[in-house]
Design a protein around this ligand. Structure first.
Ligand SMILES: NC(=O)c1ccc[n+]([C@@H]2O[C@H](COP(=O)([O-])OP(=O)(O)OC[C@H]3O[C@@H](n4cnc5c(N)ncnc54)[C@H](OP(=O)(O)O)[C@@H]3O)[C@@H](O)[C@H]2O)c1
Length: 252
């Protein structure tokens, strides 16, 4: 990884921040797209700026995404790590149009636009890493749009793997991680408080992701037990939803 250059989104918090720190510790060059660079103060204090470039970009804004090329010079990037994401843990009826649009824009559509814009700046064999979710594989009350956006993201990445064989595509399908994500998704913090014990540690997951980039893995599914359980669920999803309904309402 030394000397390589990655573009990273979502670096100001949670999993993305863990990935950023570990890349900088390995002396990998990272260009981050952030909307609030103040949130990187602690990272800059520890690792300096010699391997870090910051581009201001609100990933909800198509215009801001198009404008990033103005700040890119002739450098080539070895990959894109798309770690930004959001969700609202509320019923379909309770989502406002703004919340729905935000969810799909950030989680899927703007990833696509960003990748298209970055294409001329990528090396011939880049790694594209997308942080999806185990939520892509299960129907859940109060997380429909989040799950749907992650399922769309997962499908997009899988299709890219076929359409662009020169790309190394790594999809990271993760279960709950202990990050500030939950406070934003569910301000009551009920879900996080209930499930904190089973949440993944962001630093450990980041380590697995970096290993996955180096070893050119196609998928990381964590935690393994959740991935296996959801494989059984997929054999007869409507049966499980009817007979174990409570399990599918745990985000309510
Ligand atoms: N935490 C979980 O349990 C969990 C489970 C499955 C999948 N995931 C996925 O893992 C990824 C990382 O999540 P996390 O847990 O680390 O969440 P997080 O702590 O909330 O971090 C989200 C990151 O996305 C950035 N972001 C959000 N909106 C943005 C925008 N408009 N423009 C630029 N950046 C924006 C945030 O920037 P700001 O700091 O400016 O807000 C932050 O850096 C996400 O894709 C999430 O869906 C998380």
């Amino acid at each position: 990884m030394i000397g390589k250059h990655f573009i990273l989104t979502g670096s100001t918090s949670g999993l993305g921040k863990s990935i950023l720190k570990q890349l900088l510790a390995k002396k990998v060059n990272v260009t981050v797209l952030v909307r609030n660079s103040e949130k990187l103060k602690d990272v800059i204090e520890k690792y300096g700026m010699s391997h870090l470039s910051i581009i201001q970009c609100d990933l909800q804004s198509t215009e801001a995404i198009y404008n990033i090329t103005k700040q890119l010079k002739s450098q080539k990037f070895d990959g894109l790590i798309y770690c930004s994401g959001l969700g609202y843990f509320k019923t379909i009826a309770h989502h406002t149009s703004k919340e729905m649009l935000e969810t799909y824009q950030l989680n899927v559509i703007h990833f696509n636009i960003l990748l298209e814009i970055l294409k001329p700046y990528l090396t011939n064999y880049p790694s594209i890493i997308g942080i999806s979710s185990q939520a892509a594989f299960v129907t859940q009350a109060s997380a429909a749009h989040y799950g749907a956006s992650k399922a769309a993201f997962y499908q997009t990445l899988n299709a890219l793997r076929i359409e662009c064989p020169n790309y190394h595509i790594l999809t990271v399908n993760t279960g709950p991680i202990d990050t500030p994500f939950h406070k934003k998704a569910d301000p009551s913090n009920n879900y996080a408080n209930k499930y904190r014990k089973i949440m993944l540690n962001a630093d450990e997951l980041a380590k697995k992701i970096i290993k996955g980039i180096i070893t050119k893995q196609d998928e990381i599914n964590q935690p393994k037990w959740m991935f296996v359980m959801l494989k059984f669920y997929q054999i007869a999803p409507r049966f499980f939803e009817q007979h174990f309904t409570k399990l599918f309402k745990n985000k309510s």
